[in-house]
Design a protein around this ligand. Sequence first.
Ligand code: FRU
Length: 596
Amino acid sequence: MKTHTRTFLLFVLLAVITNTVSAGKMNMSISHLGNRQSMIRLDSPANYLLLPVEESSQESTMSMIVDNRMVKTFTVRLAVTKIDYFVPVDLTGFAETNVLFHIHPVDDNAVCWKEIKMSDTFDAENREKFRPVYHFSPPWGWMNDPNGMVYKDGVYHLFYQYNPYGSKWGNMHWGHATTTDLVSWKHQPVAIEPDALGTIFSGSAVVDHDNTAGFGAGAIVAFYTSAGKTQTQSMAYSLDNGKTFIKYDRNPILVSDVPDFRDPKVIRHKESGKWIMVLAVGQEMQFYSSTDLKNWTYESSFGDGEGAHAGVWECPDLIELPVRGTNTKKWVLLCNINPGGPFGGSATQYFTGSFDGKTFTNESPGRTKWMDWGKDHYATVTWSNAPDNRTVALAWMSNWEYANDVPTKQFRSANSVPRDLQLYTKNGQTYLSSIPSPELLKLRETAQKKGSFRVNDTYEVDPVLANNTGTYEIEIKLQNKDADIIGFRLYNSKGEEVDMFYNLFDNTFSMDRRNSGQVNFSKSFATVTSAPVSGEKEYTLRLFIDKCSLEAFDGKGEFVMTNLVFPVEPYSRMCFYAKGGSYTVTSLTVYPLSLK
Ligand code: FRU
């Protein structure tokens, strides 16, 4: 064959297997290599490579290679038949180079190959109808546990379990957001990325005021689980107030042969002058101590025969709280458990008692105490170094039974509203009290008030919630006369409703979301959740509604119930009903809520 014929054939062949796109100086070429492997070459790339995702596709592995070195590797569900949404790969910093991606396994005829594109911008507009307004949710992609919550110099930092490459769990990074008022959030760049030790699982952060670690006084020091083939604990520090983190060069700092070994929570224990790390290890919590945050000594374990054990223990927290109405304080060990929650799947249990710097002692053996009586309250932890002696908690508002399947797309999951924690005593037992953080009051707009009214059968308060956008707070004050059931429903014109009722026979408050809207995405979603309540003549309740969630707070802080709901349109009406007698709604106030 003549050289020029050969060259021509080679050219044709290359044109067939290579799809070349040029935009200005940017150039992208895709080559298929057989065995469902492909490569993408980018010359002088734009800021982002936009990847089309199809959630039902299989995960493929995508490795980013620059100058023959692996920069990162992650999994992504590239679109095979249709595109659900795009996710960006950040290429800023590589504009002057050429970047190669190796991808496997994806079919050569998958739709993604025609749709992958470079762009200098990525549209993360907040436009899905279930996107909450005053609850934190990630800019795009998947979120689970709150991590590394720390307050410093007027700023509350929230890090979180984050997958930037899709709205299902995977590729765990620490996402980052900040707030000064606990309700309006600013997205920050990803704080900690996976590395050779593994992906970045849950953990905590502290401010090292006294430079005990030697990174500098005031450094923010973060602890996380490196989830590689095994789980080990690692640390990273920030010398610029949480903007960027430097990983400690002697990671990991703690290893074990137990497979579930994770979620380090570090606190300062004043009495012993030591740092304490609590770790979730299988179905127990282990306590370690340190003076320099780097070297840790095992102190004790807690858990055998204590509380609920139907699943692994995860995401611990250890806090000291005042007991309301007394001068005493007690220690509380938060212990998230999955599965094994009271309504299936994930939930937060806790233990009250004492901690002497080495050992936690449960003051109520044989009892299981739940922090929240809904189905969507997990991985609860508190802010380190919070001002004014406050203890402020945040939960991930979902449940591992269906978290990956809830009907949102471009983002998945939100956190609870922030809650200030205290302890209270009832019938000789000490319980956790969760109160909506006072910052939430700032969201209230002009109230729509309804006067007091007596409820015998059904009383429609119409249209008390008309024209709402699905973001409001309802405050209800009730006085019972002789009803057995004090009930009320939120509903919309599609007949979707959430039914809530106090049952005065067994002293419970329940929320029934079986007919609340979209419920069929999981067999475990359509449920009724119930909390024990005191038998009283008067009740106050604050309900927080934000597009896809409903949090019910008892006015005295004795119970809270957090549940997701996915109504086709926002609930716009309310009705009250009684069974077995009557009661009075002494006051009903609806506050539209918005970020100012
Ligand atoms: C809890 C959890 C943690 C783990 C993280 C991984 O929801 O399972 O134990 O660190 O999620 O994303």
